[in-house]
Design a protein around this ligand. Sequence first.
Ligand SMILES: NC(=O)c1ccc[n+]([C@@H]2O[C@H](COP(=O)([O-])OP(=O)(O)OC[C@H]3O[C@@H](n4cnc5c(N)ncnc54)[C@H](O)[C@@H]3O)[C@@H](O)[C@H]2O)c1
Length: 274
Amino acid sequence: MALKGLHHLCTHSVRASPEDATMAPNDFTGQVALVTGGGSGIGRATCLLLARDGARVVVTDFNVQTARETHSLMPNPEKHLALQMDVTQQSAVQSVIATVRDKYGEPPSLLVNAAGIMNIDPSFDKTGDVVINVNLKGIFIVTEAFTEELLKGNEGAQEDKGVIVNIASILGKLGHPDFRHYAASKGGVITYSKSCAAHMIRKGIRINCILPGLVDTAMTKPFTEEFRQSICDKTPLPRAGKPEEIAEVVVFLLSWRSSFMVGACVEVTGGDGM
Ligand SMILES: NC(=O)c1ccc[n+]([C@@H]2O[C@H](COP(=O)([O-])OP(=O)(O)OC[C@H]3O[C@@H](n4cnc5c(N)ncnc54)[C@H](O)[C@@H]3O)[C@@H](O)[C@H]2O)c1
């Protein structure tokens, strides 16, 4: 009897109609997406996939020149925006969100926190202040500004209002002897994402987190070939990832397809650290 009931539930939860099977993978039409660190690497790849899937994309970066380059790579650039935004500056973040609301008549409902830095040279940022400010406090600042705007006058309602994806790192789970501050900042992103996810889901905002492994971007370019190879050698799929391979998981986590995922930390590492 119990099994019969389960079977009944299962057949109802499977999307099997041909119409569903041919649907576009993600459809963000009508939604405004804000991406931090959108001028490079994983943030840039995410902006391009969001534009592919119909979102109006606000590319933000500390480096506005690179944000504009990302913008210029998108089809229909008039739909999208490129803005300078330092995630460590609360007033700058609030002003970007106000600009977005003015331009589109609504605040962003999708947020990707991709901005980040790594203190590869240990003589830079000995106290770890810069890394913590950008990688961790930056996520606090942007998330608070985004959720506050989205919930304005509508805090209690239960409908889906927004989705956030935070980019942490597999080092936030594993630690690393050479990147102690960085790994600690990313560990913070993981626990902040889980805490925030639990806090926000009943207000209609869904939050998840991605833990990438080694990805070929500007951030990892300074690695020596020997170091890079040593990471590949210990990875079951022995190569670095491409930014697009992370971005595809980002857009999945932003889409309705992941609607039952809350506070998840998804490892996208080629098997490193599993
Ligand atoms: N590349 C990897 O191997 C790897 C692995 C795990 C996690 N990550 C994480 O992925 C995210 C994206 O990194 P990436 O590899 O694409 O690096 P990247 O250097 O290509 O891009 C990072 C972007 O963040 C921007 N940025 C830096 N400080 C900022 C600030 N204060 N305000 C706004 N923007 C700022 C930079 O200008 C740059 O455009 C980061 O959070 C990084 O820690 C990367």
